[in-house]
Design a protein around this ligand. Structure first.
Ligand SMILES: [Zn+2]
Length: 127
């Protein structure tokens, strides 16, 4: 596990609060920052089957990425939830993976992060 994500506990709580609001649908958003996560950017889930899939709404995603850039931050991770399943990438998550940042998955059994599609786990260090 060579790569790690540094996450302040209050921002982890903020992310969980967003995902709880979305349940039972999957929720999706971005984590941005410099060395550690500094910003949580929730996004609308535009997936046609939001109970079992997620798709960040494209315009909101574009706006969020511009905001990250404007604030001088970097995209650190993309997160989503599995309201009914484990914190493991689903076959669809792996198939549709496009980003080179870690995919953080909030499941019923906790939160884990992975580089996809290869599936290498990334450590989460709480601050
Ligand atoms: Zn998933």
């Amino acid at each position: 596990m060579s790569q790690v994500l540094y996450v302040p506990r209050n921002l982890l709580a903020e992310t969980r609060a967003h995902l709880l609001r979305e349940a039972p649908r999957e929720g999706v958003g971005l984590w941005a920052g410099r060395r550690e996560v500094e910003r949580v950017l929730p996004l609308p889930n535009a997936h046609p089957e939001p109970l079992t899939g997620y798709l960040a709404e494209p315009l909101a995603l574009l706006r969020a990425l511009k905001e990250v850039e404007r604030e001088g931050l970097s995209l650190l991770a993309i997160y989503h939830s599995h309201p009914q399943g484990p914190a493991l990438p689903s076959p669809r998550d792996i198939r549709e993976a496009r980003w080179r940042v870690p995919y953080v998955i909030f499941g019923t059994d906790g939160v884990r992060a992975f580089l996809l599609p290869e599936g290498r786990e990334v450590g989460l260090v709480l601050l």
